[in-house]
Design a protein around this ligand. Structure first.
Ligand SMILES: Cc1ncc(COP(=O)(O)O)c(C=O)c1O
Length: 416
């Protein structure tokens, strides 16, 4: 148990009645409110995320120590906000940025927020609409000598990583590297996992709530380069501007707990068990991943859901499961259902539209907005980024004219 949880426990033990926010007053009114005692507002003893100088500062320092970074800033409003802050802090170094096409919508929105001039780094896609890995940026960098900031996504949603040597090469050319590592927060906890890119990049954002035992919204902005002047102060200021002024202490407490929970985890065991499952079930195909905790199988999710085994997502012929140290013992249940399932052989073809070379100009706030079905949208200008969720990667950008190539892609859900 860390100091924040310890302090909250002491406070709870000494409290006879709460007459402060939130309005559940700390009472477990039903199962939904089981964390209510930890859901508090700023009470003095528990610091303030706007400008931490007590317990939260200590928690941030502990997270930075574990992460081996220069500084760590916590967020309870998700990696969307930490991306906004990280990109905002880098803006003074250059107006020009290059962004990996296979990036989450928050990266493009962050670039718009800070008025970046964005060149999109194109990705190739396979016939199922899956992004092929970015293997080399040598040509891109050689052709864009004026770009001084590059934003990459690694790992992606399915655990495909960019080689850290590529990032080192980019930085050797005096280009700053920002990495959205939303799906890689766990890498630092085991040698059995890919290298954490905090070791090579300048700024990295991590969704601790995606793969670690941290409640939803828990994200960390990692400042990895100690030569970026007073960037910690800039990030702290931008966080105070963009973050909700009501951070979740339930989420902050889970950050604190996660540090002890992650001390004795065994990812070697996960990797071995996942490999064994694949070997024991050779009639299925498995999507390749650099991250052994991402298990993606050509099977329908329906049979799993019907048996109470809930995957992370499914798309096309694939269903994806995230294995953690906390659900590892349930892997035999997953395998039991898998044995009863049939592989899906039929390939669902998806053609991803070519991305524009530059991110289109954002729409003026006074622009008239209408909601229409994608089938009826030909010729319109998109008012927002659109793509399927997950992975939340736009295939149509704000300000882009909608063509046949866009309205033929019919993702199950739309980003609005
Ligand atoms: C690659 C990537 N980056 C950023 C985000 C945004 O993270 P959050 O949901 O924590 O705001 C997501 C969320 O799906 C993501 O997949």
């Amino acid at each position: 148990m860390g100091k924040l949880v310890d302090d909250l426990n002491k406070n709870n033990a000494n409290t006879k009645a709460r007459f402060h926010m939130p309005g559940h007053s700390g009472i477990t009114l039903s199962d939904v409110y089981s964390s209510a005692p930890y859901d508090v507002t700023e009470l003095g003893f528990n610091d303030n995320l706007n400008c931490p100088n007590g317990t939260l500062k200590e928690l941030e320092e502990n997270i930075s120590k574990v992460s081996k970074t220069y500084a760590s800033l916590l967020f309870t409003s998700g990696t969307t906000t930490s991306i906004f802050v990280g990109l905002g802090a880098l803006r003074k170094y250059s107006k020009k940025i290059a962004i990996d096409q296979f990036s989450h919508k928050s990266v493009f929105e962050g670039a718009r927020l800070w008025d970046y001039d964005v060149t999109i780094i194109p990705r190739e896609y396979d016939k199922e609409g899956m992004a092929k890995p970015l293997t080399s940026l040598d040509n891109f960098i050689a052709n864009h000598p004026d770009i001084k900031i590059i934003s990459l996504t690694s790992p992606d949603y399915l655990g495909i990583c960019i080689n850290s040597e590529e990032i080192k090469k980019i930085r050797d050319k005096d280009v700053l590297v920002f990495v959205d590592s939303a799906h890689g927060a766990h890498f630092k906890f085991s040698e059995a996992l890919p290298q954490a890119l905090t070791e090579v990049a300048d700024i990295v954002c991590e969704s601790w709530h995606k793969t670690l035992p941290v409640y939803t919204g828990g994200s960390v902005l990692q400042i990895c380069n100690d030569k970026l002047g007073n960037i910690i102060n800039v990030c702290t200021m931008l966080r105070a501007k963009l973050h909700t002024t009501s951070p979740s202490y339930v989420t902050l407490s889970s950050f604190d707990e996660s540090l002890s929970l992650m001390k004795d985890v065994d990812y070697d065991n996960i990797a071995e068990n996942v490999e064994a499952l694949k070997k024991n079930n050779p009639k299925f195909s498995y999507l390749e991943s650099d991250d052994p905790t991402k298990l993606t199988i050509n099977v329908s999710e329906d049979i799993f859901v019907a048996n109470g085994i809930i995957p992370e997502t499914s798309f096309g012929r694939w269903t994806n499961f995230i294995i953690t140290p906390f659900n590892m013992d349930k892997l035999p249940l997953l395998e039991h259902v898998l044995k009863k399932a049939k592989p899906i052989k039929k390939i669902h073809s998806v053609s991803i539209p070519k991305a524009p070379r530059k991110l289109p100009k954002k729409l003026k706030p006074e622009t008239e907005i209408v909601f229409i079905n994608i089938e009826d949208s030909l010729g319109y200008i998109s008012a927002t980024d659109v793509g399927s969720y997950p992975p939340g990667v736009p295939v149509l950008f704000e300000g882009q004219k909608i063509t046949k190539s866009h309205n033929q892609v019919t993702p199950p859900h739309f980003i609005t």
